[in-house]
Design a protein around this ligand. Structure first.
Ligand code: PMM
Length: 260
């Protein structure tokens, strides 16, 4: 899954793809590099970020999705927690909703996904982007995140979403310490045992900066290492800025997996 943030303030690519032309060209480039999904977002969820209203998100993402959905064969996902934005994105040609609130922000979200037959990513987050990094505590982070995702996936199924349309995501960086992020990456096999597709998004995140001492622009190698470990541990989808590097990591992991 290639990341396409049509935002002025995302932590890594904020402001780079704010014009429709720049965003479309980046979407095409990621598909050419081997992305299987393009994830378009109009709201930054970096720590401390303020919410962006639905109309602003729609104005940012819909023109980009309209062009990419016509131009590409790979599905487009919309990174939003707002049902209003999801409707506009699905109408424009998106087929998956990446909801970092796991259907908790908008009551209308899960019924909408069921009605439209859309795919969905349900992500774990502690608090909100504004507050989530204020002293996150868990007794057993892997257990708590897994049980949260089990419950949210069950809610989605009760609302009528097909189990095979669901991916669950531990939410790397969303209300977790460096150690908690590392524990979750190492335990993706436990998440996979829930029976849903597993998605993970470590790309260039702060915990990789903490582990390597590197600024956001030079976290590529650390990201590739995290991607390889995630795939080895059973992730089915990795959400990344650098699609070519993730593809290379996936090729190596697949070959090694085939041999064991
Ligand atoms: N991370 C960001 C935004 N959306 N969605 C999912 N499902 N998983 C993530 O880890 C995730 C996400 C963080 O911001 P970015 O778009 O700048 O990477």
């Amino acid at each position: 899954m290639g990341i396409l943030n049509v935002t002025p303030d995302s932590f890594s690519d904020g402001g780079l793809f704010l014009s429709t032309e720049a965003a479309v060209s980046q979407g095409r480039a990621m598909a050419a590099a081997g992305a299987d999904i393009i994830d378009v977002g109009g709201e930054s969820t970096r720590p401390g970020a303020a919410p962006v209203d639905a109309a602003t998100q729609v104005a940012r993402v819909v023109p980009v999705i309209e062009v990419l959905a016509q131009a590409l064969t790979v599905p487009i996902s919309i990174d939003t927690t707002q049902a209003e934005v999801a409707i506009a994105a699905l109408d424009a040609g998106a087929r998956i909703v990446n909801d970092v609130s796991a259907g908790r922000d908008s009551k209308a979200m899960l019924p909408l996904l069921a009605e439209r037959g859309a795919g969905v990513v349900l992500m774990h987050m502690r608090g909100t982007p504004r507050t989530m990094q204020e002293d996150p505590r868990y007794d057993d982070v892997v257990h708590e995140v897994t049980e949260f995702l089990r419950a949210r996936a069950e809610c989605a199924c009760v609302a009528g979403v097909a189990p095979e349309a669901i991916a669950v995501d531990p939410g790397i960086g969303f209300g977790k310490t460096v150690a908690q992020n590392a524990l979750l990456l190492g335990a993706l096999d436990r998440l996979a045992r829930l029976g849903y597709a597993v998605l993970v998004g470590p790309s260039k995140k702060m915990f990789l900066g903490a582990l390597t001492g590197r600024e956001v622009g030079v976290r590529g190698s650390a990201t590739t290492a995290a991607v390889a470990l995630a795939l080895w541990r059973g992730a089915h989808i990795v959400r990344v800025h650098d699609v070519a590097a993730a593809r290379d990591a996936a090729a190596v992991v697949s070959a090694v997996k085939a041999g064991v």
